[in-house]
Design a protein around this ligand. Structure first.
Ligand code: ZN
Ligand code: ZN
Length: 437
């Protein structure tokens, strides 16, 4: 009896072990797709495209996925790509990458640094760089797509890969949804995405259960004055002076009005006014970004901004009320806590326990939240991008590593890309092995 029990236990154990083993991509699997993923990274890094203009990028991704046997649809919500691989009964699981780059001049000095310039939406010539690392996300997705396509015996269900345009302008996710992402194609039971950054060393992934990042609101504020000669300020209402006072008054919202300990950021990212030293302009424009975790704090901060902006204009004698436009807004990304807990297991199996760390919520925002709001429980992971030695030095008081959007941002490609592929395959195989939650 005892031996029968023992052998039952050991066979159950073997089953569990083989279950885990099955989710982990073998080195052979990863290395067989790595050169193509690496080449795609270099290619896309050298030919970045601005938000909503990702035509070449989208066709490269589409072509790659089509050649792997995915059913690919292009032009979803602008330049969006949807690739479906059906593999029998089972849940639909979505993996998302962004497609867009930023108007930043690359200064990494890398041999494959971008030299691209393009016209932005206002017609200005701007340098373009993958300064947010979306090129790495695309390369990882391509590698993962290849492994999944070559190992259909290891999973069942429907794999849905999406290339989302215009993440940086917080518009692409919504446009894909509005264009039928979840009606023309199967609606996923679960969604997965990741983002590379220098907050973790390459080789690691971070999981933040619950709130992952912030609510983000972009405001464009136009202050109206009365222009005239710079030598006769008494005959004008100077919008630059009103703007200057407004900027300083805005700083007191977080420091004096928001409860200490609550997360809130009010940043004036640009001020535009005037053309010449001796001309007082008619108007001044401010661009703000506002970040919060809680809905009530978000409302409080936005109301305070409106109050301060109007009051400063009135104090300055402006005859027209300032215009406050809410140009962009996105809610925070919420990581389903049960999903985060479930997926930690295959991630630890794939990367090693010490390489799956708990991370704090971050301030940068993300329009992945639009997918979550469509009722898709998700896990949005942080992917380590820092050279491990430089990361350790920076933690010991050395040079601070460049953040995403910096002209110097350069992930430690080889370990980061390997880790991203391993993490994605482990998570997808786990989700596509049994019933999705
Ligand atoms: Zn970004
Ligand atoms: Zn990004």
């Amino acid at each position: 009896m005892k031996t029968a029990m023992m052998s039952l236990l050991s066979s159950l154990l073997a089953l569990a072990v083989s279950g885990y083993a099955q989710t982990v991509a073998t080195s052979k699997e990863v290395e067989s797709v790595y050169p193509a993923a690496h080449d795609l990274y270099i290619d896309i890094h050298q030919s970045p495209e601005l938000s909503s203009h990702e035509t070449q990028t989208a066709s490269k991704i589409a072509a790659r996925l089509r050649s792997l046997g995915y059913e690919v649809t292009e032009g979803v919500g602008g330049t969006g790509v949807v690739a479906i691989l059906k593999n029998g009964a089972g849940p639909t699981v979505m993996l998302r990458t962004e497609l867009d780059a930023l108007p930043v001049e690359e200064k990494t000095g890398l041999p494959y640094a971008s030299k691209v310039h393009a016209k932005d939406d206002s017609g200005r010539d701007v340098p373009v760089m993958h300064a947010c690392g979306h090129d790495l996300h695309m390369a990882a997705l391509a590698g993962t797509a290849a492994i999944m396509a070559h190992s259909k015996e290891s999973w069942h269900g429907t794999l849905m890969l999406i290339g989302q345009p215009a993440e940086e302008t917080i518009s692409g996710a919504k446009r894909m949804i509005d264009d039928g992402l979840f009606t023309r194609f199967p609606k996923p039971a679960v969604g997965v995405a990741l983002h590379v950054g220098n907050d973790l060393p390459a080789g690691q992934v971070g999981i933040t259960p619950g709130i992952y990042n912030t609510n983000a609101d972009s405001l464009r504020i136009t202050i109206y004055g009365k222009g005239g000669h710079g030598a006769s300020p008494n005959e004008t209402i100077d919008p630059i002076v009103i703007a200057a006072r407004t900027i300083l008054a805005l700083q007191t919202i977080v420091s004096r009005e928001v409860k200490p300990g609550e997360m809130a950021v009010v940043t004036v990212g640009y001020i535009r006014a005037g053309t010449k030293n001796n001309i007082i302009p008619d108007q001044a424009e401010l661009g703000l970004t506002v970040r919060t975790f809680k809905t009530n704090v978000r409302k409080q901060v936005l109301a305070a901004i409106t109050r301060v902006v109007k009051a400063e204009a009135m104090a300055g004698g402006a005859q027209q009320e300032p215009l406050i436009e809410h140009s962009e807004a996105t809610d925070l990304v919420y990581n389903d806590p049960a999903l985060a807990q479930r997926l930690r297991v295959p991630l630890e199996a794939a990367l090693g326990k010490e390489n799956v760390v708990a991370t704090e919520p971050i301030a940068p925002s993300e329009d992945y939240s639009f997918f979550v709001e469509q009722g898709i429980p998700s896990l949005y992971m942080s992917l380590g991008g820092a050279d491990p030695q430089k990361f350790a030095d920076s933690r010991n008081g050395g040079t601070m590593l460049p953040s995403n959007h910096s002209p110097y941002f350069a992930p430690d490609m080889d370990p980061a890309l390997h880790t991203a592929i391993r993490a994605e395959v482990a998570v997808l195989r786990n989700l596509l092995n049994g019933a999705a939650q």
